[in-house]
Design a protein around this ligand. Structure first.
Ligand code: UTP
Ligand code: MN
Length: 478
């Protein structure tokens, strides 16, 4: 280390160039890893040969020279001086360019061997520009970097849903989903500059969380009587927002209140209250696998050759879920008709069902396809059920299971429709309608320009019809 006094002196001495023969080449020598004395030496040497060497970095610099630094290190240093998003055309050079220029007595042309290699990782702003508007155009992994923000936005989305404000609910959900697709943690509002789907309200919430660690609106929503009651009441199987809201207005807050006040409940709701605690507990992947085995056994027993697929969150790679979803079909179209009652009878006989309600298949292409609103519920033969699952020699629990039977010709659409996430599905349908003049459901894809149904055997074909890059299930966690 050079004593401070001497360092100061040498700095003032070398502040200026006496003669400057090559004014178009403005050099900055990076002290990092080189040290003060070597830098001072090189500076004096360069200047004595008429090179323009600046003491401080500025935008007028054309050549940065460093020793023993990687291109990425120098780029990072440079980003720090200028901010990450200012694109600059400055040369990042190894010391070799400098020594060769000294030998030549003039700045030599920059060759590949002089230039430091920078891995052209897109910077944050470029990343942001690449985030597409529709969730079905993006890859959204299960684990991401911004749950501290997305959980907050999803509270507001859920609260809007409880207040029957669908537009607002979807807006918050879309905002959250964009943050899930980012390859980095959001650190400041600058990171959000070029992102789609972030409305004023979402931005306010994000800003507050970034600055204060939490958002007052989110926290007061989370704590509110209404939010907590609606969460508890809609958490009951068979209870939707409308019913929960009516009960809330009548002063009811929890499943216990329903029992205590002797509310009229339908059969689903009775089961929902009876198995409330079990159904609140997340279903693990291991439990889903046990249920898969049971369902396969049941289906094999009543219709050999049938195919069964685990759907919903588990197909997207989640390791817990609120239920387990299955899609069932048979390669011979027509064989699947009337299948559900046979399956449920088999399960019933084994004593595995605590509750079931089967709805018949009511889909008719002629009536349904193009004319219908795109986000209608599908009309497959479907069974909402509660399974009794053995969890130990003495213990068992209730698990929500959805079984869906699809004709083989609709299987690809059903598979796409039942994989989720819900927002991903919603965005697929919005994309189809708004961008492609098509109508997508879990049954079919209709092209309104050509006036015809587009048949598909695989999900890949459906993405292709929609002009979308194929997104695998594990990246549909929008
Ligand atoms: P789920 O509600 O089961 O969601 O619907 P999930 O993604 O599996 O999440 P958890 O872990 O259970 O909470 C699964 C998929 O089935 C579709 C939904 O769009 C979702 O993508 N679905 C559900 C329908 O198409 N129709 C329905 O009536 C219900
Ligand atoms: Mn599910």
């Amino acid at each position: 280390m050079i004593p401070l006094k001497r360092r100061k002196v040498s700095l003032t001495v070398s502040q200026q160039n006496d003669i400057c023969t090559f004014p178009h080449v403005s050099i900055f020598i990076l002290e990092r890893k080189m040290g003060t004395s070597r830098r001072a030496f090189l500076t004096r040497l360069g200047r004595s040969k008429g090179f323009l060497i600046k003491e401080t970095y500025s935008s007028s610099i054309t050549h940065i020279v460093s020793e023993n630094n990687s291109g990425d290190e120098v780029q990072a240093w440079l980003d720090n001086q200028t901010g990450p998003d200012t694109s600059s055309s400055v040369h990042l050079l190894d010391i070799r360019w400098f020594t060769e220029s000294m030998e030549a007595g003039h700045p030599v042309a920059v060759q590949d061997r002089h230039a430091l290699q920078v891995n052209t990782k897109p910077n944050i702003d470029q990343t942001a520009m690449l985030v597409k508007t529709y969730a079905c155009q993006r890859r959204t992994p299960l684990k991401h970097h911004n749950s501290f923000l997305t959980e907050a936005l999803e509270i507001l989305s859920q609260n809007a849903e409880y207040n029957d404000n669908e537009g607002r609910s979807v807006a918050f959900r879309r905002a959250a989903s964009v943050l899930k697709a980012l390859p980095h943690r959001v650190k400041n509002m600058e990171d959000l500059r070029s992102l789609p789907c972030l409305g004023d309200h979402s931005q306010r919430v994000i800003k507050e969380i970034l600055e204060d660690g939490s958002s007052r609106e989110v926290e007061s929503t989370r704590q509110s009587d209404q939010f907590q009651a609606m969460k508890a009441l809609t958490g009951i199987f068979g209870v939707g927002v409308r019913t929960a809201d009516r009960w809330f207005r009548e002063g009811l807050r929890s499943p216990d209140d329903l029992v205590r006040t002797g509310q009229q409940l339908n059969r689903a709701q009775q089961a929902g209250v009876q198995y409330y605690d079990d159904l609140q507990k997340p279903v693990t992947k291991a439990e889903a696998d046990v249920i898969s085995d049971i369902v396969e056994k049941a289906v094999r027993a009543v219709l050999p050759g049938a195919e069964i697929r685990l759907m919903g969150g588990f197909r997207r790679g989640k390791d817990v879920g609120h239920d387990v979803d299955f899609l069932i079909t048979h390669p011979e179209e027509g064989k699947e008709e009337g299948l559900m009652p046979k399956i449920t009878n088999w399960l019933e006989e084994q004593g595995l069902l605590l509750y079931e309600k089967t709805t018949r298949n009511s889909y008719l292409e002629k009536m349904d396809g193009p004319a219908r609103a795109p986000n209608n519920m599908d009309r497959f033969e479907r069974c909402f059920s509660i399974f009794k699952l053995q969890t130990g020699s003495e213990t068992e629990r209730a698990v929500r299971v959805d079984l869906v039977v699809s004709p083989y010709s609709q299987f690809a659409f059903a598979t796409l429709g039942w994989t989720g996430s819900k927002l991903f599905e919603r965005e697929l349908r919005r994309w189809a309608g708004q961008e492609k003049h098509m109508s997508l459901s879990s049954h079919a894809l209709y092209d309104s320009k050509q006036n015809l149904y587009l048949r598909a055997k695989t999900e890949e074909e459906i993405f292709a019809f929609l002009d979308l890059e194929f997104i695998p299930p594990s990246e549909r966690n929008a």
